[in-house]
Design a protein around this ligand. Structure first.
Ligand SMILES: [Zn+2]
Length: 329
């Protein structure tokens, strides 16, 4: 039960941007009521970054910060401090994964900037370095492998998917709002991996308006067979909270019940969670509290029989059809 966090994340900040320091401040203020061990991360080294990203990407963002920062693309900003903060955020994911490797249980890196949109060569979608991919490659250096990633941010984690797209030892499952209706516009069912990694990327595009019941219905039918057959040594959660009904950036209608369910679902596994999105501060704080309490076993989902809408049942049928040769879904 370890939270990895540094108040230095606040140095990456732009007041009127939705991805600002108030996010982690709100989460930590709420989590402090729980009996949690909070540890400070160490910065990732350039070598850690280069296990995932290209030298040109590293040099570019470093230089960009040295020149004072600004916008890397339409929505991704950097300040003069952001390169150092991004190294610290990647280091937070590395530290969380080290804690779980050594002590078991779970650890959660409450870090900014987020990471799951960052590709090998490019910062995008508020993300500079891919924090979780960097932690995964660091664990591999230590001899650990075979990981399941579950990304429940409302946006498709195109960067993480892309980095492991041809890799059969990293299974990436993302549940997100249908990319026909939301950034980044990719993450369809037929994007299933490539080469040796074919079948090890799974996208669950959810219709706008889907609620907690829809999410729980479909994930419980998919995660169980995949976990049984893939047998991950560790689970990585890209924990975004922007599928919440009050979030300003998307149109999914999940509430705290889903975050309680997902925390409970993984509470007995070795879990490394990293913070991704979530932009309504109150919803973000409440959802994080439910998520962490359920990982601790202090909270359980309401055990109603869950029902899914017909469009969600249709998404499930299409996934089942496509993946039948890889998993007994
Ligand atoms: Zn997001």
């Amino acid at each position: 039960m370890t939270i990895v966090y540094s108040s230095s994340y606040d140095l990456h900040n732009m007041e009127f941007h939705v991805e600002n320091k108030k996010r982690t401040d709100a989460i930590m203020e709420t989590l402090r009521i729980l009996d949690l061990k909070i540890v400070e991360p160490k910065s990732a080294s350039p070598d850690d970054i280069l296990r995932v990203h290209s030298q040109s990407h590293l040099d570019y963002v470093k230089g960009f910060a040295e020149r004072g920062g600004g916008y890397l693309d339409y929505d991704t900003y950097m300040t003069s401090e952001s390169y150092n903060v991004a190294l610290l955020a990647a280091g937070g994911a590395i530290m969380a994964s080290k804690v779980v490797l050594e002590d078991g249980g779970w650890a959660y890196s409450v870090a900014r900037p987020p990471g799951h949109h960052a590709t090998r060569d490019r910062a995008m979608g508020f993300c500079i370095f891919n924090n979780m991919a960097i932690a995964i490659e660091n664990l591999r250096k230590r001899g650990s492998d075979h990981f399941l990633i579950v990304d429940f941010d409302v946006h498709y984690g195109n960067g993480t998917a892309d980095i492991f797209y041809d890799d059969p030892n990293v299974m990436y499952i993302s549940i997100h709002q249908d990319p026909k209706t939301l950034y980044p516009g990719t993450g369809f069912i037929d994007e299933m991996g490539a080469g040796e990694g074919m079948g090890y990327t799974m996208n669950i595009p959810m219709p706008p308006g889907s609620n907690s019941q829809d999410y729980i219905w479909i994930l419980s039918r998919i995660l169980e067979p995949v976990k049984d057959e893939f047998k991950p040594s560790m689970v990585f959660l890209e924990a975004g909270f922007d599928a919440h009904k009050d979030d300003p950036l998307a149109n999914i209608k999940v509430d705290e019940e889903f975050y309680t369910w997902i925390g409970s679902y993984f509470k007995n596994e070795r879990v490394v969670a990293v913070l991704e999105g979530g932009y309504n501060l109150e919803a973000l704080a409440n959802s994080n509290l439910k998520f962490v309490k359920s990982l601790m076993g202090l909270e359980s989902p309401i055990e109603d029989e869950v029902k899914a809408s017909n469009p969600v049942k249709d998404v499930f049928a299409r996934i089942k059809d496509k993946f039948s040769e890889y998993f007994r879904i």
